[in-house]
Design a protein around this ligand. Structure first.
Ligand code: 2M8
Length: 428
């Protein structure tokens, strides 16, 4: 039983409603005026707490952007009236889908959200829930297959990212070495808009943006063809956070396949999940008490100390000593900090408590970790993260995009949709 509604619940719902744009939700007004992929998945789970129809709608609108090859892009530009406040817009991406979209993707939280939305709907009317879910299941399964075909053509079990934006953790220190190899040259000038809305000290550097756009232009140049991108990509990371989310999505899809009597889908998913489970487990590094990604250009481990090293807990059933070591490491990072787990290890030279994905706390990351910790029988630490997230929102940060772990200050965009969704779901 969730606790009774309070004024923060009312505010969280009001934020989701205010950020609604005819069935999809913008992450925040002005800074992000379109539909973002993994934001929408989190938002759908938030809506599922009080408006299941609207929750389904969020996912349906995201699928309008799905490409013929199965990819669901990281941004769907449904309505260009706000285009002036965001860069890069559709002209920079140069893609050719019917609805304008970006050309890269984002972590596949979609199927996880679909499971949650379906289950909320099925509690009221199971047949209606299944009917609404089925087309979304098909879309999610198509995207799942795309990930394996396009981003793991050598069948390693780990999927690769070709752009830091695909990780959702744009300027994470995890990309520093790999991104430094990407030229800062661009064909068209880079015209940032983000720093019109948010202090530059909280955002990625200009050099990062130059490299981000260099990559966009490189892939646009090969017509966004997955095989040609794979062959030419100067940035290629077999990434553990995305792979863990994909595996959790694969588990949720496998349950749907069983529910819907789709035996052949179920067999395919079981094989893919098993391969990925083994590959992910092999990325555990006992000396670091974390999992690590692999840089496919250099062949080296990505050992920067970022939160991504813990996210595999979401989709694995870890041996007890491994889980204990990981939890102890997470506890060390978050000791004396506010809001939950910082995205970079505090006190290290790479740690910047206010600069976007280089140190602040993000409610949705805490949320993924809470789910994984519960799965791995670490309910006590899960509860600490959960309570820290709720407390920072209620006391200092409000529903900001992210939080400074030293001060509890809210940073980035205000009235942020995924922070509102996290609040609603973590109260459960
Ligand atoms: C941030 O990323 C966008 C690019 O996708 C940006 O900085 O312009 C990230 O925090 C990402 O994870 C998030 O999905 C997006 C919208 O909230 O903003």
């Amino acid at each position: 039983m969730p606790p009774p509604d309070n004024k923060f619940v009312a505010k969280a719902k009001a934020i989701l409603e205010a950020n609604d744009r005819n069935g999809y939700t913008v992450p925040t007004h002005r800074l992000y005026p379109f539909q973002w992929n993994w934001d929408s998945a989190f938002v759908a789970m938030g809506f599922a707490q009080f408006d299941v129809d609207r929750a389904f709608r969020e996912l349906e609108r995201l699928v309008e952007g799905q490409w013929a090859d199965g990819m669901i892009p990281h941004i769907v530009f449904h309505d260009l009236s706000g285009a002036d406040s965001y860069y890069p817009g559709p002209a920079v991406w140069g893609t050719s889908h019917t609805v304008a979209t970006s050309g890269i993707t984002q972590p596949p939280v979609f199927a996880i959200a679909l499971r949650a939305v379906h289950d909320a709907a099925a509690a009221v009317d199971s047949a209606a829930a299944n009917a609404r879910t089925l087309p979304l299941y098909e879309a999610a399964l198509k995207w799942q297959r795309w990930w394996y075909a396009a981003r793991d053509p050598e069948n390693t079990g780990l999927v690769a990212l070709l752009h830091p934006w695909e990780s959702g953790s744009d300027n994470s220190p995890a990309w520093d070495i790999a991104l430094a190899r990407v030229p800062t040259t661009t064909i068209k000038p880079v015209v940032r808009k983000d720093t019109n809305h948010v202090a530059a000290a909280m955002r990625p550097h200009d050099q990062d943006y130059a490299r981000f756009i260099h990559l966009v232009e490189t892939y646009a140049d090969v017509g966004w063809d997955p095989a040609r991108q794979w062959a030419t990509a100067p940035f290629k990371i077999a990434e553990i956070q995305t792979t863990a989310i994909l595996l959790k999505a694969g588990e949720d899809l496998a349950r749907f396949a069983a529910d819907f009597g789709r035996a052949s889908d179920a067999a395919d998913l079981a094989a893919l999940n098993a391969r990925t489970r083994a590959a992910l487990l092999a990325q555990w590094r006992p000396a670091l008490n974390r999992f690590v990604s692999r840089d496919l250009v250099s062949g080296a481990d990505v050992d920067a100390s970022t939160h991504a090293g813990f996210v595999p807990v979401l989709a694995l059933d870890l041996d007890a000593p491994v889980a204990r070591a990981m939890v102890a490491e997470m506890a060390r990072w978050s000791a004396g900090k506010l809001g939950g787990l910082p995205t970079t290890e505090p006190g290290t030279p790479i740690w910047e408590p206010k600069r976007y994905w280089r140190g602040p706390v993000w409610a949705v990351i805490n949320w993924l970790l809470v789910d994984g910790l519960r799965r791995n029988a670490h309910a006590v630490f899960a509860d600490q993260l959960r309570e820290a997230t709720l407390a920072v929102i209620e006391t200092t940060a409000g529903f900001a995009e992210y939080f400074d772990p030293d001060t509890g200050e809210g940073c980035g965009g205000e009235d942020f949709s995924w922070t509102a969704a996290a609040y609603l779901c973590l109260r459960d």
